[in-house]
Write a protein that binds this ligand. Structure first.
Ligand code: COA
Length: 169
């Protein structure tokens, strides 16, 4: 497995990977209308090109034999009040393709996030995760993340409840 930093030329790859992994992860738990609305607003070559060009955003792509098997997006942005730390960084997205869940892609991406956060001098790393995503919550807890609060997440017309989790880098 190889993990590399995305380049501006990866906007199509990230848009496709974003739609595929989000739909595989949450399609069964949401209405087709809400999913369509969310996917349309969150993933497109133009949208990912904007995100790739954003100051403070880093995308990392996991590849096996040149095929993308997962990705993560890190972003330096002001955290919610319950996230304390001098120089925090957020894991905005962390996704393994379905075929590789439970086979180390998630772990490799998390380690790469921690390495990148440490390299860039961050002291805490935080994220939000849907309260109805037990596998991801178990994964984050296994990596030392602790719940520090909750916030809303709008998926189409559905206002969902997410946990805010944080750990030291
Ligand atoms: C989140 C994700 C990257 C984690 O990677 P992974 O390969 O599943 O990670 P691991 O298998 O190392 O860890 C998952 C842990 O959850 C546990 N688990 C699995 N299903 C579970 C469930 N339904 N309830 C509770 N725990 C569960 C596993 O046993 C494993 O713990 P263990 O290693 O102690 O056995 C991956 O599951 C994924 O891409 N999921 C879909 C997208 C997603 O939810 N992304 C996060 C959005 S915030």
């Amino acid at each position: 497995m190889n993990i590399r930093k995305a380049t501006p030329q990866d906007n199509f790859l990230l848009a496709n990977l974003g739609v595929r992994t989000f739909a595989d992860s949450f399609g069964a738990d949401n209405t087709p209308e809400d999913m369509a609305d969310y996917l349309k607003g969150s993933f497109s070559p133009k949208k990912q090109a904007t995100e790739l060009a954003e100051e403070g955003t880093t995308f990392l792509i996991a590849e096996i034999d040149g095929q993308p098997v997962g990705y993560t997006r890190l972003r330096q942005d002001p955290p919610p009040d319950c996230v304390t730390g001098v120089h925090p960084i957020e894991i905005v997205r962390l996704y393994s393709v379905k075929e590789w869940i439970g086979r180390g892609v998630g772990a490799a991406l998390m380690q790469a996030c921690l390495d990148e956060a440490s390299r860039a001098g961050h002291d805490v790393i935080w994220l939000d995760v849907w309260e109805k995503n037990p596998r991801a919550i178990a994964f984050y807890q296994k990596w030392g993340f602790k719940k520090v609060g909750e916030q809303g997440f709008q998926l189409g017309s559905d206002l969902q409840n997410d946990w805010l989790m944080v750990r030291q880098v």
